[in-house]
Design a protein around this ligand. Structure first.
Ligand code: C2G
Length: 129
């Protein structure tokens, strides 16, 4: 069984999120998503609309996602990779290069982001309605 992992805040879920989850799952048999906790979002300087619990519930309802774990630090990825015997870490290419150090533990793959959509863009558009 090939295990894939990806990480993110996944707030105000949109097609860009679904596209990467779909492509990540297609690379293996089991997809784990590390979803940023509300406290880790503060460290990431991100403010999510939905709480961690709500974002977790929403991700767990997605057919491509097999397991959701909390992401509460930058440093946990190695532990996660070893704990879950992860074969592939997938991230959008806005993170290109940032996780190359993890190639020692698994295969790190960056996928093209979905253009024309982002959570911050959705928030801006709604503000201007
Ligand atoms: N994404 C994408 N296309 C978009 C928007 C997002 O492919 N239009 C991808 C991002 O590249 C990321 C994932 O969707 O791989 C989740 O995006 P965010 O929720 O914005 O996550 P981020 O803040 O990038 O957190 O440790 C890693 C961080 O937790 C990643």
């Amino acid at each position: 069984m090939k295990t894939v992992i990806t990480y993110g805040t996944f707030d105000l879920l949109h097609a860009g999120h679904i596209n990467i989850l779909h492509r990540a799952k297609a690379m293996g048999d089991y997809l784990i998503v590390g979803i940023s906790t509300d406290s880790f979002n503060v460290i990431k300087h991100k403010e999510a609309y939905h709480t961690f619990e709500n974002r977790k519930m929403i991700l767990e309802a997605i057919r491509y996602v097999d397991k959701v774990i909390p992401e509460d630090s930058w440093e946990q990825k190695i532990h996660d990779i070893e704990t879950y015997n992860v074969d592939i870490l997938v991230m959008g290419d806005d993170w290109e290069g940032e996780f190359d150090y993890l190639n020692e533990y698994c295969n790190v793959i960056y996928l093209p982001r979905t253009t024309g959509i982002s959570t911050s863009q959705i928030k801006d558009n709604l503000r201007n309605l």
